[in-house]
Design a protein around this ligand. Structure first.
Ligand SMILES: C[S@@+](CC[C@H](N)C(=O)[O-])C[C@H]1O[C@@H](n2cnc3c(N)ncnc32)[C@H](O)[C@@H]1O
Length: 113
């Protein structure tokens, strides 16, 4: 799929404006429990190396990457984060992109997956 560099419309609000401060403020807003919550989600997913996971509204891709780290490209595993806010996806790609971690500008209302 072609990567988009512009945000796409949704029925609600997106967080383009927060992209560059999100990684700093989110742990504070969640009283330092963000990592523990994300770990719990990863553990509940009970992932296998070949899983293909879609993270809707991935923001800067913290959880997308934690999931991706449990997967193996050779096994076909991939974690894809989508967000309608292009600036979020830019941060996600730059900071957290890897062989098993991709991110794309997509609205949850019109999933191409
Ligand atoms: C509160 S943030 C959560 C980000 C990430 N999941 C996390 O836990 O750190 C919600 C994200 O959903 C995105 N979003 C909101 N509505 C969306 C939609 N309809 N389609 C795609 N992304 C959307 C926003 O731009 C924002 O980045």
């Amino acid at each position: 799929m072609k990567k988009q560099s512009l945000s796409v419309p949704t029925r609600g609000r997106t967080l383009d404006h927060a992209a560059f401060v999100y990684d700093f403020f989110e742990p504070i807003l969640l009283l330092g429990k963000q990592a523990a919550y994300d770990q719990q989600i990863v553990s509940l997913l009970n992932l296998e190396e070949s899983d293909r996971v879609l993270d809707l509204g991935c923001g800067t891709g913290v959880l997308t990457r934690m999931i991706a780290d449990q997967l193996k490209t050779e096994a076909g595993g991939v974690s894809v984060g989508i967000d309608a806010a292009a600036k979020m996806i830019r941060v996600a790609g730059k900071k957290r992109g890897s062989d098993t971690c991709r991110s794309e500008v997509v609205a949850a209302e019109s999933l191409p997956f």
